[in-house]
Design a protein around this ligand. Structure first.
Ligand SMILES: [Zn+2]
Length: 248
């Protein structure tokens, strides 16, 4: 069940039986010569939508631009300042909380978002704790879960791609997007085959160190079939993880 495909009356009825919602959250940033700019948003979105269909969970619109300053030397990337992102997340959570949502589960596709999103949660809780009227007044409980860290998923990633999985533009995430959008599959010569690894600072520094945008990865074995396998596993684990979170 998707919020954007529902009417307000349907949401009112949903809230009578559940106070939980999943928000896919990602980024719009370069993912190497064969990865889509939307990779980090598409992955949590497709996993959340399939879990939503299977377990009748309401899925919010995807928060699809995040903390991506280090990708800004590659055309098409879009970045939010951390303060902008914190303010936006606080407003999303506060809006959903106002309607009665009590558990908001963010399914994340971009590691670089994590600290900032957790800072936003802290801001929501602080506002509640410092509220003169008393704490815990309509404050939703929030959690952030990286999709590749759902139970069993990372092991599957490494089993499917034992060599050159890497950290950015991985064959796993590229496979999930190729499964979701087979019409957007890309091909390119990757040189070197496995990209270098290492740390980085700002955007120019990143591009100097990682010329084509990949970090440590060889996404060439990515395929829609592998993507489907990964999505299946992630959907199963997400339903279990979300169900547990509802009781937290
Ligand atoms: Zn990514």
């Amino acid at each position: 069940m998707q919020l954007v495909h529902s009417t307000w009356q349907e949401i009112e009825i949903y809230l009578q039986s559940s106070k939980g919602i999943i928000v896919p959250i990602g980024s719009t940033e370069q993912h190497g010569p064969t990865g889509l700019l939307g990779t980090d948003s598409i992955c949590p979105e497709v996993i959340a939508e399939k879990a939503g269909e299977r377990a009748e969970i309401l899925i919010a619109p995807t928060f699809n631009v995040g903390c991506a300053q280090h990708h800004m030397a590659f055309p098409g990337s879009i970045a939010l300042r951390p303060a902008t992102m914190i303010a936006a997340i606080v407003d999303w959570v506060t809006s959903l909380g106002k309607h009665g949502f009590e558990r908001i589960y963010f399914l994340n596709g971009h590691g670089g978002n994590a600290n900032t999103v957790r800072a936003a949660f802290s801001k929501v809780y602080t506002a509640s704790s410092l509220n003169r009227g008393g704490s815990n007044t309509g404050m939703p409980h929030c959690c952030l879960q990286n999709w590749w860290e759902l139970k069993g998923v990372y092991k599957l990633c490494k089993d499917l791609f034992p060599k050159g999985h890497g950290g950015h533009a991985t064959p796993s995430e590229v496979s999930v997007t190729y499964f979701a959008y087979p019409q957007a599959i890309k091909s390119a010569v990757l040189e070197p085959k496995i990209a270098p690894t290492g740390s980085f600072y700002d955007a120019e520094d990143y591009r100097r160190r990682f010329a084509d945008g990949r970090i440590g990865s060889d996404p060439s074995p990515a395929s829609p079939e592998h993507g489907e396998t990964l999505v299946e596993k992630a959907v199963d684990s997400l339903i279990k993880s979300y169900t547990k979170f509802l009781k937290s």
